[in-house]
Ligand binder design. Structure first.
Ligand code: NAD
Length: 276
């Protein structure tokens, strides 16, 4: 294969959950800009309409459907509709996710990070725990299952999960349900990768560090927070959705054909430890 074809996703059929915003929107753009046909699934109907129409006006082949990844029956039907619309299913980004809810990046500072009222273990409600697990872990499971149902008979496909560096690094600010869900998703990825390898389906995870998106109410858009975070990151800056497009294209394209069961961190060196 010529090297220019290594990264070709021309004509691919793609599904992205959480495609209306942030990293999911970047995955959508990365694939659509390179000739793929993308179905964007998201619970945010206005955001989905806005972004899908913007991309359609740019000439990209995208379609959109509003759904909640916690509604597994609707998710299954959305995969059938995407297959019917695109004629094929090559790549799925299981990406939709939420922060840990009230208290996330709250009004604590310094050593109080792990002890803020709502986020402390003894105060952690069942409801708070379950919401994050249902979306960030069970939602990924349901997305992978819906995709595998279609990909196994065709004996090809790419499944790409969005986990987080929180899957292996404790981040008190984020909340324990989020970290447990991301660690669970990372290991689910490995199990599914092993199961589906014989079907020529690769399964990998992207583990982002600190990216400026709308998660957590868009707190990361605050320049003062970006500057503070940048001091802890060896590359001296936070990540932006554009930064993740190359890795998404790599994992979706023929270039990564023999890579499976891997979680790839993309964090400007954050998890290497302090450099300064
Ligand atoms: P974002 O809020 O900008 O985008 C997330 C999208 O998912 C939104 O459009 C939202 O409407 C959608 N969504 C939320 N719940 C949903 C549900 N139940 N069903 C369908 N769609 C739903 O945030 P983001 O930062 O782009 O998050 C994308 C993924 O990246 C998440 O899994 C998140 O945990 C992960 N992540 C983000 C960062 C970061 O720094 N931004 C770091 C590590 C991991």
């Amino acid at each position: 294969m010529k090297s220019e074809q290594l990264f070709s996703v021309e004509g691919y059929g793609v599904v992205v959950t959480g495609g209306a915003s942030g990293l999911g929107l970047a995955f959508t753009e990365a694939l659509a800009e390179n000739g793929a046909r993308v179905t964007m699934l998201d619970v945010d109907a206005p955001g989905l309409t806005l972004e899908s129409q913007r991309l359609q006006q740019l000439g990209y082949q995208v379609r959109a459907e509003t759904l909640d990844v916690r509604d597994h029956a609707t998710l299954e039907r959305a995969f059938d509709a995407a297959l019917a619309a695109h004629g094929r299913l090559d790549v799925v980004f299981a990406n939709a996710g939420v922060d840990s809810g009230p208290g996330f990046m709250g009004d604590w500072t310094g050593s109080q990070q792990s002890r803020n009222a709502e986020g402390a273990l003894c105060n952690y409600t069942d409801q708070r725990w379950q919401r994050v697990i249902d979306i960030n872990l069970t939602g990924i499971f349901a997305t992978l299952r819906a995709a595998a149902r279609i990909m196994k008979p065709q004996r090809s496909g790419r499944l790409i999960l969005t986990t987080s560096v929180a899957a292996y690094q404790c981040e008190p600010a984020i909340g324990s349900a989020y970290m447990a869900a991301k660690a669970g998703a990372a290991h689910l990825m490995r199990c599914v990768a092993q199961e589906l390898a014989a079907y020529n389906i690769t399964v990998n995870a992207i583990a982002p560090g600190f990216f400026v998106t709308n998660i957590g109410g868009g707190h990361a858009k605050n320049p003062a927070l970006q500057a503070a975070m940048g001091k802890n990151i060896p590359m001296h800056r936070v990540g932006f959705p554009e930064d993740i497009k190359g890795l998404a294209l790599f994992l979706a394209s023929p270039a990564s054909a023999y890579l499976t069961g891997q979680q790839i961190s993309i964090d400007g060196g954050w998890t290497l430890g302090a450099a300064d």
